[in-house]
Design a protein around this ligand. Structure first.
Ligand SMILES: Nc1ncnc2c1ncn2[C@@H]1O[C@H](COP(=O)(O)OP(=O)(O)O)[C@@H](O)[C@H]1O
Ligand SMILES: [Mg+2]
Length: 237
């Protein structure tokens, strides 16, 4: 029988992601720029959100905060009831491994590792045994149609193949939140469509929450249940 883990204290399915007064200022030593100006937002578990906005408007900044790669200047940022702004660094590392998966425009694979090793990395960090790592990485690569390229290095793969490896890596620890930052931006239309299909397939099958940054209005409408726009450091529906 399936066991159901009780939700963490403070968790509510109606606000899986909660931003309140979220601000981000860069610099000094670089010039001081206020990128995010007090964002408020709630996203229920399982919602598919598309985020549109001009280049430089702060979309990647927001995704990096949600991914636990950066910390806000002020405000709160909660995912699954956990406050990322005040989290200790080891909890943040745990959050990055267990709760969230990130997919980037430029793939960000490790050049010196094979496809299989790249997908194994999040499991290595999470302390999964070598045997299980190998098996799960191979399964995930198979699920994205890459089982014939396990021992290839990123430089030996096409853009679409690299992104499929990056998707396998993002999904291998089964995140409840998937953050995709212009994942089709470096790909031709047909390859981009295939990459999106894989992302949506995962999101549907696991009821995961998606935040997808894209430039394309049309694509946003196809994939998302809700469209947000970043403008002047504020989010608008
Ligand atoms: N690490 C950083 N240090 C200083 N400024 C940054 C940094 N990252 C981003 N910025 C600036 O913040 C603004 C928003 O960047 P970004 O979030 O990447 O926008 P978008 O993804 O919407 O194109 C830009 O003006 C950018 O130059
Ligand atoms: Mg960006």
């Amino acid at each position: 029988m399936m066991s159901i883990t009780p939700p963490a204290i403070g968790f509510s399915s109606t606000n899986f992601v909660e931003l309140a007064g979220l601000s981000k200022v860069y610099g000094p030593p670089t010039a001081t720029i206020q990128v995010l100006r007090g964002l408020n937002l709630t996203i229920p578990q399982g919602e598919r959100v598309a985020l549109l906005g001009k280049s430089g408007s702060g979309k990647s900044t927001l995704l990096n905060l949600l991914g636990g790669l950066d910390v806000p200047t002020s405000g709160t940022i909660r995912v699954g009831g956990r406050d990322l702004a005040t989290m200790q660094s080891n909890d943040r590392a745990d959050y990055r491994l267990s709760m969230v998966g990130m997919i980037f425009q430029a793939f960000h694979l490790v050049a010196s590792r094979t496809a299989l090793e790249n997908v194994e990395m999040p499991m290595t960090l999470a302390g999964v045994s070598k045997v299980e790592r190998r098996q799960r990485a191979a399964e995930c690569l198979d699920a994205v149609g890459m089982s014939h390229r396990l021992t290839h290095f990123p430089a030996q793969l096409s853009g679409g193949e690299r992104q499929r490896v990056a998707i396998a890596r993002a999904l291998v620890n089964r995140p409840r939140l998937l953050l995709a930052d212009e994942p089709t931006g470096n790909l031709d239309t047909a390859t981009g469509d295939e990459v999106l299909r894989l992302i949506l397939e995962y999101v549907h099958s696991r009821g995961a929450t998606l935040l997808l940054v894209t430039h394309e209005e049309e694509l946003a409408r196809q994939c998302a249940t809700r469209i947000l726009r970043m403008q002047d450091g504020i989010l608008r529906e």
